[in-house]
Ligand binder design. Structure first.
Ligand SMILES: NC(=O)c1ccc[n+]([C@@H]2O[C@H](COP(=O)([O-])OP(=O)(O)OC[C@H]3O[C@@H](n4cnc5c(N)ncnc54)[C@H](OP(=O)(O)O)[C@@H]3O)[C@@H](O)[C@H]2O)c1
Length: 263
C-alpha cells in the first residue's frame, strides 16, 4: 500500500520542514498551498536531495467554500490507496487590536484556520477510517490563553485544539483506526509567519521558548511514533507549560499581554 501524506501549507515553514522528515520515512507528498511559484520552487529544492521522491502540488485558496471537496477529488486521483496522513497545517495570523483590523482580514483567519481545517478533516475522515491513518491538526500554544492583539488568531487556534482533542476522544472511544493529533507550536522564529502576520512587536519570537521549524517537525514525528494525542513543541515550552499549571490566571494573562506587546 502506498503511503501518501497530504500537507496543507507544505511548501513553506513548518509544513516544508515536516515534509522533509516524512520524505525520509518513505511518504509520497501532496501539497496544497496558495502560491503556485512557491510550490514549484519548494518542490525543486526538496527533490535535489530526494531524487525519487514523489511530490504532487495543488495551488488552491483554502478559504474558498468548496476547497475541501476539490482537494479530496484531487488527492483521490493521485493514489488508489488514498491519503494515510492528513496534515492540516496551512494557517495565517494577523496582528493588532481586533477593533482596528478589517472584518475581512479577521474572517480570512476564520475561513482558513477553522473552516478549511474542519471541512478537510470531515471530508477525509471516512476514507482514512477505511485504510487507517492519522490526521494532524496544527494549532498553537496561543490556543491555551486569550491573547490580546491576536484575539481572533488565538481564538481560531483554541477551536483547533478543542475540536481536534474532542474528535480524537470520540474516535478512540468508538474503536476507530484513525488518530487525531493536535500540535501546539510555541513561536517559530524561522518561518515567514511572523512577517506575514506583521508580528514585529511580539516578544515571544525571541524568548527562550521559541523554536525552529525543524524542531517542530522533529517533535511532530516523535509524537507520531509515540501515538501522542497532543504535541507541545520545544522542550523549554513544555517546561514552561508545566510550571504555568501552578501560576495564577492573572499572572498568565499579564505575561501574555507582555509577550504580545500590549503592555
Ligand atoms: N510560526 C509560528 O510562530 C507559529 C506558531 C504556532 C502555530 N503556527 C501555525 O503553524 C502553521 C504553519 O505556519 P508557518 O509558521 O509554517 O507559516 P508559513 O510559512 O507562513 O506557512 C503557512 C502556510 O499556509 C499556507 N496558506 C495560508 N493561507 C492559505 C490559503 N488561503 N490557501 C492555501 N494555503 C494557505 C501558505 O501558503 P503560501 O505560502 O502559498 O501562501 C503557507 O504555505 C500555521 O497554521 C500557523 O498558524 C505557527
Amino acid at each position: 500500500m502506498s503511503r501518501l501524506a497530504l500537507i496543507t501549507g507544505g511548501s513553506s515553514g513548518i509544513g516544508l520542514a515536516l515534509s522533509k522528515k516524512l520524505a525520509e520515512r518513505g511518504y509520497d507528498l501532496a501539497w496544497v498551498s496558495l502560491d503556485e511559484a512557491e510550490l514549484a520552487q519548494a518542490k525543486a529544492d526538496l527533490m535535489v536531495d530526494h531524487e525519487d521522491l514523489r511530490i504532487e502540488t495543488l495551488a488552491l485558496d483554502l478559504s474558498s467554500p468548496d476547497a475541501a471537496r476539490r482537494v479530496f477529488q484531487w488527492a483521490n486521483g493521485l493514489s488508489g490507496d488514498g491519503v494515510e496522513l492528513l496534515v492540516n497545517n496551512a494557517g495565517l495570523g494577523v496582528y493588532g487590536d481586533s477593533a482596528g483590523l478589517s472584518i475581512e482580514a479577521e474572517q480570512l483567519m476564520i475561513d482558513v484556520n477553522i473552516k478549511a481545517l474542519h471541512a478537510l478533516t470531515r471530508t477525509f475522515l471516512p476514507s482514512i477510517e477505511e485504510r487507517g491513518g492519522t490526521i494532524i491538526n496544527v494549532a498553537s500554544n496561543s490556543a491555551f490563553v486569550p491573547t490580546p492583539r491576536l484575539a481572533v488568531y488565538a481564538a481560531t487556534k483554541a477551536f483547533v485544539h478543542h475540536y481536534s482533542t474532542a474528535l480524537q476522544q470520540e474516535l478512540s472511544g468508538s474503536g476507530s483506526p484513525v488518530r487525531v493529533m493536535t500540535v501546539c507550536p510555541s513561536a517559530v522564529s524561522d518561518t515567514p509567519f511572523k512577517e506575514r502576520a506583521a508580528m514585529d512587536r511580539v516578544r515571544t519570537f525571541s524568548s527562550f521558548t521559541a523554536t525552529t521549524a525543524d524542531e517542530v517537525a522533529y517533535d511532530i514525528v516523535v509524537g507520531l511514533d509515540r501515538g501522542s494525542d497532543r504535541v507541545i513543541t520545544g522542550a523549554a515550552m513544555r517546561r514552561a507549560m508545566w510550571l504555568m499549571r501552578f501560576a495564577p490566571q492573572s499572572l498568565i494573562q499579564w505575561l501574555t499581554r507582555r509577550e504580545t506587546g500590549q503592555i
